[in-house]
Structures are given as C-alpha cells and as structure tokens.
Design a protein. Structure first.
Lengths: 500, 227
C-alpha cells in the first residue's frame, strides 16, 4: 500500500530498455501476449458472467484471431487501462483494448490499421438536465456541469478540448473504469458521462435509469498498439487485421456482438491514415506541463495537511478509549483499528466514494479522499499513541490522581503531553508515508501529483523526463517536511521549552 | 482527622492487610514502620484511594471510603484534601518546576495561571528552591526533586499529607534536606502520615508510631515510648 507509483514506474521503464519481443521471439515462444483491462468492461474485454474465470468480449475474439494468423496462441495480460501502453516494453507484445488511434500514439508506438470505429456518447439520468450537448455551453443549475470520463480516453481529450475552447462549462472528472462513471451518474454525483457508444449500448439494460443524450459525436478508430522496437510484429498484426477484414471474419465477430458489422467494415475500409504528432523540445515540454504539475502538487499538500491532523485526533481518541474507556468500548475500538489496518486504503476510498452515495451520502471526491486517508491513518496513529501512552511510567498517572486531577484531567495535562513527545519520531515518518499515499486517491478521481504525472506522461509520451520533474517536485515537498519535523522534535526535547 | 477501623485487604490468596485500626488526630504525624512487605505502603495508598480494600471503614479529612471500587468524583474530592509524596518523586518531566507546583491549583481548583504561579514560587521558596522555578525536574538532584514534590502536594493546601518512603531513594545529605522540610511542616501543625523504615527519621518527625508486620498492627504508641 505504501508505495509511490512514480518511482516504481521509473524503475520499470529503465529496467525494460531492451525487453520488447519482435515477431521471431513471439513465434519461438508460441504465444502472443496481449494486454487489456478487464475492469474496463464490455463489450471489449470482461469476465464472463456465467464463468467469471473466463474472459469474453469482442477483443478477446479478435486477439485469438490475430494470434492464429501469426501461428501462435493468444495469452491475456491484465493492466490498468490508462497505463496499458507501458506494458509494451515489459510483459506484453501488444495492447488490444479500445486504444484510440491518435497522432500522439502514431508518434510514440507501433499502430495497426484500425479494427473498430466508435463514436462518443453522452449519457445522463432520465428526467434531469442536461437534455442536449448544446446545454453544456452554459453552466448547469448547480454551477459547472460535472461530467465523468475514462482517464486518458478520447472522451477525456475531447471534453477537455471543449472546455479549453470555451465551448462547455463543465468539470471533467477522470475515472479508472467506465462503469464507475455510469454508477456515479446514477447516484447523482455526476450530471453526465461521456464514453464510447458501444460501451453504453452494452450496459444500457443494467443502467435503466440512464439515457443517451443527443446523437453520438466526435468518433474515432481503435488500433492495436505495439512497441516501436518491434516493427515486424507491428507489420504482421497489421496484415493479419487486413486479412480478417477482407475475408469477413471480423464482420462475423461484430455481428455476433451486435456491433453492426457491415457498418464497421464500411468505416474501416475508408479509414484515413492519421499523421504522427510532432515531438516537442524538452524546454517547451517542461514549460507546458509544469503549471499543471505544480497545481497537482498543491492537491497533494492539501490532502496530506487536511487528513493528517484528523488522523491524529481520531487516533488519539481511539488510543485513549482503548486504554481508559469503559469496558464495552474497548472491543469496538479494537475492531475499528483491525478493520482499517487490515483492509487496503484503496478499498476504503472506494467504499467511501462509490458505496456511500448508494445510502444517500455523496461526498465530493476531495472530501472522500481526506476522510479515507484520515480514517486509514487514524488506525496506525492510534496504535502509536497507545504505545506512547503505555510508555509513560505508571507513577505519573498516580501522581496526577493523587494531586486531585480527574482521570481525564490527568490524561490531558500529564499523560498525553508526555506521550506526544515519545511518539514524535514514528508520527513524523507516518506523515511522510501519508504524503506519498495520497497518490492512491487518484482511484477516486482526485488528480494529485502522481496521477497528473501519469496522465501527462502518457499523453506526451515523455515518460522519463516527466518522471524526473515529478520526482524533484516530491523531493522539494518531503525534504522541508523532514526538516520541519526534525526541528519540532528538537524543540520538544529541549529542556526548559514551553509545554503549552 | 484519620480513622481506620478493621481494614482488610487481600491480593488473590494473600492477606495484605488484616483488621488494621488506627487513628490520627489533627496536627499529628503518624509514622508507619515495619519490614518490607509488611503492608505499610498499601495501607498508605488506601488512604487516598490509589488502592481499594475489601472490608472495614476508612475516614480521612472528613471523607469516607467504603470497601470495593471507589466512584471517581468522590475520590477526586478526597484527593484535593489529601496530598501525597512518592518514593520516586514522580514529578512531571514535561513541565518546569514551577509548573509542576502550579498544575494542581490551576487545573483542579481553577486558579488563574499568574496567581497559581505566584503561589507556587512562594512554596518553592519555602522548600528553598525558588531559584530553580524555571528549571526542568530532570536537572535537579534527588533531594531537590523530592522537595519540589512536597511543594507540589502543599500547593493544594491539603488537610492531610501522605509520604511514601520519601527519603529511601536519597543519599544521607539529601535525606537531611527533605527531613528538615517535613519536620518544619510538622512544627506548623500539618497532619501527616509517613511510611518509613528509617527509625531515626520517625523519631525526629513523628508523634505516633504504628508498627506493622505481615499486614497486622503489631504495636502502636507515642513516638518517645515506641522508639
């Protein structure tokens, strides 16, 4: 749980410098490893409802067909959708998962000819605004519209472009799964979601409360992504798709999945070549990305500084309750600590953000993130404070009681101030851990520094350069923090220092 | 001022105190003497409710205690009138000397900070430590710390003062410093109960001596007759 994805990621990128396998290696191995995110859902790739261990979806069938054309077997590799391209230099030969053919991708990766044409569809609740795409030009009844998209998708790029051009008054909120945004439209957290039309068509029955808004717009094409280091594999996959289109097998797949095979074939035959984007110089890259990275670093600071004092307050209360509270309270608090320590932070954030709205308590993402971090860390802080309180010699408590202080006065004036001094070092290191754990909050749409890096790295293709900039930003924040903590420690230890 | 009647206490199968009775009038200094494990410290700690007892009656400074667990607020009131000084001093290390002495009046009696501080400095002056008001307890010698502890207890203007082997952790010079303070208090008419196994100390300070062995009172009488 306590990892900083940015560092791991950087290490992985460096370690994988020459790992990409070209066509010969794929044939020798006898398997084509294709990456996708089964959390992304239908109709692309998803667990078969009848047999959840088996994957199904039109891209599963496409992968099998392409592998067969290459004379090998297809093997699935799971990855998080917005980071699938990173697997190409590592564990996957290709990515087949609704990857849109964009100029940046043509520049950074090997791209096959398109295999599917999609359009973007806006979806909202029945009976509530917006009623049309044009409504987005003016703010909604409660300020800017809140619109959910899949992070890194064409929908996100399109909606952000509309905001940037001043055509839409809305807040674009990125999700790691397409279903997540539909759930949040249903629960009222979002006004609308924008996604590939085939996805909503597939899930329309499950989300009976939702409806399409206007006609699909701003479409594009899916491509099979390969590494630039495997040009022969790229060419072989491209040719394989050509044969699947020509002999009607791809149309048969789409017809079986109710994806209008004939219309798809017409689109694919006429698909225009998309030119590769220009690579920007480093100075221009930094100048363009730094303001975004800085504002996201501000979010990291906000999350840490808001949640940690809460975690300490709750943790201290829990520790005191477990040591000095009434007997019935102790097992309750022990259960609280074990539950929060024993389950992943990610799951707790999910519960707060996605499950609470189902019982009528919809928290904004930032509030949910602060609450989740505070609750999770309160369990750790309570254990630290419990140890700290127990480390104060028993004679201190007796001396306070003998002086006439009540139990609570003794805690407040004698035990807790001494425990605070004892636990200062572990609490400090916990704060730095929480500071880095804020990156987990991206799972519930909060864009902090690591998430911003991830999005920018993928959209610009400058993974290493931006990782260095991001690492420096983290260092600029955590180092002064350590200095402040050390100063605070020495101030508390200094004899004669003012205690109150 | 102090009455104990047939007080008994067990810890598991062990009888720690067995039908102990004694009385201490206002202004008297009672010394509890006896070998280690005779129950004298336990008896002292029963007097301010740090220990509970199983049977008997106990009254101190007008407060009654009954067998079994004590209710919190009742104990808090008793302890305002009964001060205690420990063998290991138990000063609060995170507070300065003057803050140690002022804490009780400030927190328990609600005295204003400045007022409590001035009273604390006066008490420190009385035990000869006014110069150390802003020092941390850890920088003081054992004898000085014990005198601060006495000042801390006195700050609550207790009607009864309890001393649990106040000089056992001290060398002879420091013992004398502390003893002088206690004798001085006795001269002022402070009611006190002192646990000690230093007979010289008992002789100098006490007016009444109670000797315990294996949880029972074996002898008691006026200090001159007993020692």
């Amino acid at each position: 749980m306590r990892i900083a994805p940015a560092w791991c990621w950087l290490a992985a990128v460096i370690a994988s410098a020459a790992a990409a396998a070209d066509l010969d290696e794929v044939r020798r191995r006898g398997t084509l490893v294709w990456a996708a995110d089964q959390e992304g859902g239908g109709p692309h790739v998803f667990p078969d409802p009848a047999d959840p261990e088996r994957l199904t979806g039109f891209e599963v069938e496409l992968a099998d067909l392409i592998a067969a054309e290459l004379g090998v077997k297809a093997r699935f590799q799971q990855g998080q959708w917005d980071r699938l391209p990173l697997l190409l230099d590592q564990s996957a030969d290709c990515v087949i998962n609704g990857i849109e053919l964009l100029p940046e991708r043509r520049r950074d990766y090997g791209c096959s000819r398109p295999y599917f044409g999609y359009a973007l569809q806006m979806v909202g609740r029945r009976g509530t605004p917006p009623a049309a795409l044009a409504d987005l030009a003016e703010p909604g009844p409660a300020g800017p519209w809140r619109v959910g998209v899949l992070t890194g998708s064409a929908a996100e790029i399109e909606m952000r472009a509309r905001v940037a051009r001043g055509e839409a008054q809305l807040e674009v909120i990125g999700y790691d799964g397409t279903i997540d945004s539909l759930e949040q439209v249903r629960s009222g957290v979002l006004d609308a979601a924008v996604l590939d039309d085939c996805i909503f068509t597939f899930y329309a029955d499950r989300f009976a409360e939702l409806r399409t808004i206007d006609r699909p717009f701003a479409g594009g094409l899916y491509t099979v992504l390969t590494s630039r280091r495997t040009p022969r594999l790229t060419a072989a996959i491209d040719e394989a798709i050509g044969r699947l289109i020509a002999d009607g097998r791809l149309k048969a797949v789409y017809d079986r999945w109710d994806l209008a095979g004939r219309q798809q074939m017409l689109m694919l035959r006429d698909a225009a070549e998309i030119p590769a984007a220009r690579r920007r110089p480093l100075g221009e890259l930094v100048r363009q990305t730094l303001p975004l990275l800085l504002s996201s670093a501000g979010m990291t600071i906000l999350l840490s500084c808001a949640s940690f004092p809460l975690a300490i307050a709750i943790g201290l209360a829990v520790a005191i309750g477990r040591l000095h509270g009434p007997a019935w309270l102790k097992p309750v608090l022990t259960g609280y600590v074990e539950l929060l320590r024993g389950t992943p932070l990610m799951l707790q954030l999910y519960a707060i953000f996605f499950l609470l709205p189902k019982v009528g308590l919809a928290l904004p993402a930032i509030a949910a993130a602060i609450a989740g971090l505070a609750l999770n860390y309160s369990a750790y802080e309570s254990e630290i404070y419990r140890a700290g309180l127990k480390a104060v010699p028993p004679g201190q408590f007796e001396a306070a009681l003998a002086l006439g202080l009540s139990k609570w006065q003794a805690l407040r004036h004698v035990l807790v101030p001494q425990a605070v001094r004892i636990v200062m070092p572990p609490v400090t290191s916990d704060f730095i851990a929480l500071f880095k754990d804020t990156s987990v909050c991206s799972a519930i749409t909060v864009v902090e520094l690591t998430k911003r890096y991830s999005v920018l790295a993928l959209s610009t293709g400058r993974i290493v350069e931006l990782a260095v900039v991001t690492a420096l930003l983290y260092l600029c924040m955590s180092w002064p923090l350590s200095l402040v903590a050390r100063w605070f420690e020495s101030r508390l230890e200094r004899p004669g220092a003012a205690p109150h | 001022m102090i009455t104990i009647e047939s007080l008994s206490k067990s810890r598991g199968a062990v009888r720690v105190l067995e039908a102990v009775s004694l009385a201490g009038a206002e202004g008297t200094v009672t010394a509890l003497v006896g070998a280690s494990g005779s129950g004298k410290t336990t008896l002292l700690r029963c007097l301010n409710g740090l220990e509970t007892f199983d049977a008997g009656r106990l009254s101190v400074a007008g407060h009654e205690l009954t067998p079994g667990p004590h209710a919190g607020p009742r104990l808090d009131r008793l302890r305002r009138d009964v001060g205690m000084v420990f063998q290991q001093f138990n000063l609060f290390p995170h507070l300065s000397v003057v803050e140690n002495v002022a804490l009780g009046p400030r927190v328990v009696l609600g005295a204003a900070t400045e007022e409590a501080r001035a009273a604390a400095v006066a008490l420190l002056d009385r035990v000869g430590l006014a110069a150390f008001a802003t020092a941390r307890p850890a920088t003081l010698s054992g004898g000085q710390q014990q005198r601060v502890a006495i000042a801390r207890a006195l700050a609550m203007r207790p009607r009864v003062m309890l001393f649990d082997e106040p000089t056992s952790a001290l060398d002879p010079t420091m013992t004398t410093e502390v003893l002088d303070v206690i004798v001085d208090l006795a001269r002022d008419g402070q009611t006190m109960v002192v646990v000690t196994h230093d007979h010289g100390f008992a002789k100098r300070a006490a007016s009444w001596v109670v000797e315990l062995a294996a949880g029972r009172v074996t002898r008691q009488g006026p200090a001159d007759a007993m020692l």
